[in-house]
Design a protein around this ligand. Structure first.
Ligand code: SF4
Ligand code: SF4
Length: 263
């Protein structure tokens, strides 16, 4: 029976989600015994165009070269999983979609003319079919491992859709929003991180993206009543997952309350 073939691809990103994979430790060594890792440049093997059973894709699609590459990768992968906020929503770099992107690039790079950037930073799903999205900045390594097992076993992957508050309560964390010790985006954020920040007495900053069916308006009003300015509330939504539709719309609405145009 042919061995399962895995590839890990990087697009526009900080590599943090690939590091989460490398931090699997013993589990990664066990995985390497079971599968052929044919492409994972950060770990060693390079063979980007090899046909694979599963392609894990980190990073947003931000350049014309990215657009061409993601199509090739989709064609050579039986299953494609987008990992992390950059790949699932465009990540922090998508903030340039609501700014003067060309001016930002000129401010950062000496020779921006050599960068073939596309007008809109986009998640992988904007360009090709994605079979599963794992959110987070970075992804939770246990979630990645569970998804790998599900794909290898041919069962439907688990897709957390509830809000972080459920996970936080199950773990018995003290609510920072109720105690007033910190702003928390948990009520509108997808579960899956293990309520890491609450375990350290901090509020959530929404790196796992929007949960399903959330009431962003109610949370925004709660944060505003708690002392955040309308601009602060907008920034809480326009952050790591600013390009995710629910957060984009909520942030735009709070910016318009200040008389702005939503950008
Ligand atoms: S999702 Fe976050 S940790 Fe992962 S590559 Fe993007 S910026 Fe880095
Ligand atoms: S701390 Fe945040 S995530 Fe936890 S219950 Fe309170 S609002 Fe929800």
């Amino acid at each position: 029976m042919p061995r399962f073939r895995l590839a890990v691809h990087k697009f526009s990103s900080c590599d943090g989600c690939q590091l989460a994979l490398l931090n699997l430790g013993d589990a990664l060594l066990e995985l390497a015994e079971l599968v052929d890792i044919v492409h994972f440049a950060e770990a060693g093997p390079v063979n980007e165009d090899a046909p694979v059973d599963l392609a894990l894709v980190e990073g947003s699609v931000s350049t014309a070269h990215d657009v061409e590459r993601i199509r090739r990768i989709r064609d050579s992968a039986r299953v494609l999983v987008a990992i992390g906020a950059c790949a699932t929503a465009g990540g922090l770099q998508s903030l340039r979609n609501r700014a003067d992107g060309a001016a930002w690039l000129s401010g950062i790079y000496d020779a921006p003319q050599h960068i073939d950037f596309v007008a809109q930073v986009a998640p992988v799903s904007a360009h090709v079919k994605v079979d599963l999205e794992l959110w987070g900045c970075p992804v939770n390594k246990q979630q990645v491992l569970a998804a790998l097992k599900d794909v290898m076993l041919g069962v439907a992957p688990r897709r957390p859709t509830a809000s972080l508050c459920l996970e936080c309560k199950r773990l018995g964390r003290v609510c920072t929003l109720v105690t007033g010790s910190d702003v928390c985006m948990g009520p509108v954020t997808r579960a899956g991180c293990g309520a890491l920040c609450q375990g350290r007495g901090r509020g959530c900053y929404a790196c796992f993206g929007p949960a399903e069916g959330v009431n962003t308006e109610a949370l925004g009003r709660r944060l505003h009543a708690g002392g955040l300015t309308t601009d602060d509330v907008a920034r809480r939504f326009h952050f790591i997952n600013a390009n995710a539709p629910a957060f984009a719309a909520a942030g735009d609405a709070w910016r318009r309350r200040d008389g702005g145009d939503g950008t």
